[in-house]
Design a protein around this ligand. Structure first.
Ligand code: 3EB
Length: 352
């Protein structure tokens, strides 16, 4: 039941519509009820939240150690991403005892969608490769018994993503571990992001959205599928889809950078990389299912290597996407010549 224009009548609202919004960090206390997951951005948040142990919103709270950036003309700065629940929320923890040391999965679900997170200390698992393998093996086992078997969207945040050279670069090692941990997958791949933190805390953090119903993964005609990248980008290819249409028609676009074919474009020119990234994002325009009348747009998350570039990038994005919510964070991208990456959510008419 897809329509490209016009509001859906209220009585046809499926119970499974995703709703996502950005929110200022200091106003999380004023949240409406019914949040499945709150993703809070801030390098110091993780340790502070642990110390305080209070003020946790309902549902699953995930603290990401990436600093939100202030873009001129956007007051206040959004620093949290909220995924609203479509029904009563159940939270829990699951322990993967099949490996050692054990690995905890924290989760929340609303009967239709599940949000879950694994956070592993690389020092306890022997480096990025083994930590990624451990995390993804746990994710695979968790998913098999979860009741939400379909992976829709995944985020991977790690320290020093570009450290090491050639095949020893940490991102490439992460790919080896992810590939081994996940093993053969019978389903299509989820959309994903893999990003480096500016501040080291030794934690590999993986969180994901899964559902009871499968999504439809999409590839970008301008880009070689990441899972078909040639050997020059590492011994094991990244396993993700360029985008995925969720069961409610929400379009979840993976982290997208200035790559055409499989080659990085415009080395060292951030604004040209921005234009190339925009062209890559535009490939998915035919899959956007938003009513033209809706006075709201997409959600864009922009990862910038150099925070000083934020105002210029913000100005250009606001010009192109005036109704979009935009969240900027300081981060490293998976190839050292890439200066920015953008992920996007285009909500379905039902969810807006
Ligand atoms: C790219 O297109 C840029 O390894 O999960 C983007 C999104 C990127 C996801 C991942 C990597 C990942 O290759 C990097």
């Amino acid at each position: 039941m897809r329509s490209s224009s016009g509001e859906q009548p209220a009585q046809s609202l499926p119970a499974t519509a995703l709703r996502v919004a950005y929110h200022p960090l200091d106003r999380l206390g004023e949240l409406p009820a019914g949040v499945l997951a709150t993703i809070r951005f801030g390098a110091r948040l993780r340790s502070e939240a642990k110390a305080a142990g209070t003020g946790q919103p309902a549902g699953l709270t995930i603290d990401v150690g990436l600093e939100p950036l202030h873009a001129a003309n956007s007051a206040p700065t959004p620093g949290a991403e909220l995924w609203f629940a479509t029904g009563p929320v159940h939270t829990g923890q699951w322990s993967d005892g099949a490996g050692s040391p054990p690995c905890q999965v924290r989760y929340a679900h609303d009967g239709h969608y599940l949000f879950a997170v694994v956070e592993l200390d690389e020092r306890e698992h022997g480096g990025i490769l083994l930590t990624a393998e451990r995390a993804y093996a746990a994710i695979r086992r968790f998913q098999q018994q979860s009741g939400f078997p379909h992976l829709l969207r995944m985020w991977n945040y790690m320290d020093a993503i570009n450290e090491g050279s050639g095949d020893l670069e940490r991102y490439r090692q992460f790919n080896v571990g992810r590939g081994r941990g996940l093993g053969e997958v019978s389903q299509s791949y989820p959309s994903a992001t893999a990003i480096g933190k500016h501040h080291s805390d030794h934690i590999l953090q993986v969180f994901w959205l899964a559902g009871t119903v499968a999504g439809q993964s999409l590839e970008n005609p301008r880009q070689v599928s990441a899972y078909h990248y040639p050997r020059v980008h590492g011994p094991v290819s990244p396993v993700f889809a360029r985008a995925l249409i969720a069961p409610d028609d929400t379009l979840l676009i993976s982290g997208t950078a200035s790559i055409v074919g499989h080659h990085s474009q415009h080395h060292d020119d951030a604004m040209e990389q921005l234009e190339e990234t925009i062209r890559n994002l535009s490939s998915f325009a035919p899959h956007v299912r938003r009513p033209r009348s809706a006075n709201r747009g997409d959600l864009l998350k922009v990862y910038v290597r150099d925070p000083a570039l934020t105002p210029r990038i913000a100005e250009r994005l606001r010009q192109l996407y005036p109704t979009s919510e935009i969240l900027f964070v300081a981060a490293d991208v998976c190839r050292r010549e890439l200066l920015l990456e953008i992920e996007a959510i285009s909500l379905s008419p039902q969810g807006s």
